[in-house]
Design a protein. Structure first.
Length: 97
């Protein structure tokens, strides 16, 4: 999958160094995949949550952080919509991202 944009992840782990390795791992795994549906994502990331018609929430570093991506299966693209603490995530309406 093509991931837009890794820069968002890098900027986050500069502020939260404990998130760097888990985010790098997520990125490396996800960019090598070619997902066609949400079930394929869930088979690899069992704790991922599907939100609405096009978003997935990934738990990062034992659920300390949340990563929200919009998925376009046709174009094989993941758009990073949010990365933040679990506390910050709880303030969001993910469906509106």
């Amino acid at each position: 999958m093509r991931i837009i944009a890794k820069r968002t992840l890098r900027e986050f782990w500069k502020l939260h160094s404990d998130a760097e390795q888990p985010l790098r791992s997520w990125y490396d795994i996800s960019r090598k995949e070619i997902w066609n549906n949400f079930n394929e994502i869930k088979s690899l990331f069992r704790n991922a949550s599907i939100v609405g018609n096009d978003k997935v929430v990934f738990n990062i570093k034992g659920n300390d952080y949340r990563l929200v991506v919009k998925v376009d299966f046709n174009w094989k693209v993941l758009f990073i919509k949010f990365i933040g603490t679990h506390h910050d995530y709880d303030k969001l309406n993910v469906k509106n991202l």
